[in-house]
Design a binder for this molecule. Structure first.
Ligand code: ATP
Ligand code: MG
Length: 568
């Protein structure tokens, strides 16, 4: 007992030492020991001398020696287990700590979008919540639609979201095993090869009728199977699961398990031509990957029966399949088909067009990964449809970027303003009102730009404050507005406007993304481009910097002369 306890204490002491420059302390170790073994609280008097000895021993060791022992004897302590239940997701049915395995199975047939973010974030949150594992599996068994470009784009998107996988694999790497499982089903009579025409198959399905292929014997089926690899052409033969043609669940009416697809696979080129379809691949893969809890969107719900029965007939371990709703934004398509045609028809500039809900586009627009995570988790694990307003994501994002965004001045659709009796040559302005983000010095000479919006409200005689400068009185309107300084004291009752110095001002364009579709119809004015001037400090900022333009909104610097409007 004491030896085992001593080992526990030693592990805790070594870990604590490694986190504190090689020195651990009795009090720290006591509280950690009780934290992991609450039953020791009552015996603490006996335990303290043990802890004291161990702490002394550990503190005598050099840091490299401590580290080596920790890595060798206590590797499990080095696995970082993030805080549990930070997500507010409901507990997982039948989940055991340390044993949960989830997976995210994208098909590499398009760019990742907000829906993939939802699925992968939920997968990851559950894996972490239970100290389990997360698998990224490219479900790549439909070579006609898949491209290397998409594997890469999906990985880039997931990395950006900060999702960490314990294993990354491709379904197509398991083809030999999938063939073996198909043969098993053929041998046991749970599958057969159908050579009927596509139209006949559909008709029979509708009418709940069996075809002649259903009754051929096993030898004949094996012969047909072998022929699928050479003789048959695509569409001439498929492997079908022997379900029930009379089932109320149409999915169960002898569904396809494998089919012939000629044409190169992005990774395996011409190595295979018989490919499993989604239902067959996902069942086998989830089972062999050790997945305990598999999630997918609820339109797959009818396929659950097939998923379980395939594994049953193969005598394979069954994960638990659960569904959640698809996530889409109002007026922003996530369907790969729609996204693809928007890009191909040139209606948007590419997959990173800021009007799209792709991860690439959200990133460019200035949405940060943590906001996406919080947003997704705020929606929870529901089956009810989620047509979320984009504003909800924006409000999460605003909270995230507010404290880190530099404040700058911008004049959108700029109008010139000259101020008589200006007596300043420069002004120093804080980059953030509360945070320590430094300050910038702006050179001024009495000529400024203000936004057309502000200019349009001015009347002769109006008093306004130029933020951080002084108060002025408007003396003349026109293509150039004239004004004079009337004092520097802050007056709360007069309007305050931002300005840009004429000197060294920077020309930029502001891209303002709007809703892409209004009631199914493409919005031709979904991307507004505004001309603007900003302060010279803009040039110092890296591309990707989030800026809060005072009184205008948050924008992300997209290039030397372009920003994208993030949100208000
Ligand atoms: P598409 O119809 O656009 O091809 P998909 O569901 O076939 O979408 P996959 O790449 O196969 O796309 O999806 C990988 C995972 O992401 C699946 O588990 C799927 O359920 C989930 N997923 C895809 N789109 C959404 C969405 N809009 N909301 C939530 N989860 C989604
Ligand atoms: Mg798919």
């Amino acid at each position: 007992m004491d030896d085992e306890l001593k080992k526990v204490i030693r592990g805790i002491a070594l870990l604590n030492a490694s986190e504190h420059d090689g020195m651990t302390r009795i009090d720290a170790v006591i509280s950690k020991v009780i934290g992991t073994r609450p039953e020791l609280r009552e015996r603490i008097k006996e335990v303290i001398p043990l802890i004291s000895d161990v702490v002394k021993e550990v503190n005598k060791l050099s840091m490299p020696v401590q580290k080596a022992e920790l890595e060798k004897e206590f590797p499990e302590l080095l696995v970082v287990k993030p805080k549990q239940e930070r997500s507010g997701l409901p507990p997982l049915e039948g989940a055991e700590h340390d044993k949960v395995v989830t997976r995210f199975p994208p098909e590499p047939n398009g760019y990742p979008h907000i829906g993939h973010a939802k699925a992968s974030i939920i997968d990851e949150e559950y894996a972490r919540m239970y100290g389990g594992k997360l698998v990224l599996r490219f479900d790549d068994t439909n070579p006609e639609n898949e491209r290397l470009e998409y594997y890469a784009a999906i990985k880039v998107g997931l990395d950006w979201l900060g999702i960490k996988f314990d294993l990354i694999k491709n379904t197509s790497d398991d083809m030999e095993l999938i063939y073996k499982k198909a043969e098993e089903l053929l041998q046991s009579g749970n599958a057969y090869i159908c050579t009927c025409d596509k139209e006949i198959i559909s008709k029979n399905r509708r009418e709940m009728l069996s075809c002649k292929c259903r009754s051929i014997d096993i030898d004949q089926n094996i012969k047909r199977w072998n022929n699928m690899f050479e003789k048959y052409k695509p569409g001439e033969a498929i492997v079908r699961f022997r379900g029930s043609m009379q089932s109320e669940n149409t999915v169960m009416r002898d569904p396809t398990l494998l089919r012939i697809i000629d044409g190169p696979h992005p990774i395996h080129r011409d190595k295979y031509r018989v490919w499993p379809n989604y239902d067959f691949a996902v069942a086998i893969e989830d089972s062999i990957d050790g997945v305990t809890h598999a999630f997918r969107t609820k339109e797959y719900e009818l396929r659950n029966e097939l998923y379980y029965v395939i594994l049953d007939k193969l005598g394979m371990r069954k994960p638990k399949m659960l569904e959640f709703s698809r996530l889409e934004f109002d007026g922003m398509p996530v369907s790969k088909r729609v996204l693809k045609s928007l890009v191909q028809e040139g209606k948007v500039s590419g997959y990173d067009d800021p009007r799209l809900p792709t991860l690439e586009a959200l990133r460019r627009r200035g949405i940060v990964p943590e906001a996406i995570r919080r947003f997704v988790l705020s929606l929870g694990f529901t089956k009810s449809d989620t047509l979320a307003p984009f504003e909800t994501l924006e409000s999460f994002n605003r909270k995230m970027v507010d404290s880190t965004s530099i404040r700058l001045f911008i004049a959108v659709d700029p109008i010139k303003l000259t101020v008589k009796n200006n007596n300043l040559t420069e002004v120093k302005i804080l980059n953030h009102p509360q945070k320590h983000m430094g300050a910038r010095v702006i050179q001024i000479d009495g000529t400024f730009y203000i936004s057309n919006e502000d200019a349009s409200h001015l009347k002769v005689g109006d008093e306004v404050r130029l933020l951080e400068l002084y108060n002025i009185k408007v003396t003349k309107l026109g293509s150039i507005i004239e004004a004079e300084v009337i004092g520097a004291n802050f007056k709360s009752e007069i309007p305050k406007i931002q300005w840009v110095p004429r000197k060294n001002s920077i020309n930029i364009e502001v891209l303002v993304p709007k809703t892409l579709f209004t009631r199914e119809k493409f919005n031709e004015n979904s991307l507004e481009i505004k001309q603007a001037l900003t302060e010279p400090h803009y040039l110092e900022l890296n591309v990707g910097t989030e800026i809060q333009f005072v009184r205008y909104g948050y924008c992300r610097k997209d290039s030397a002369n372009q920003v994208i409007y993030t949100h208000r």
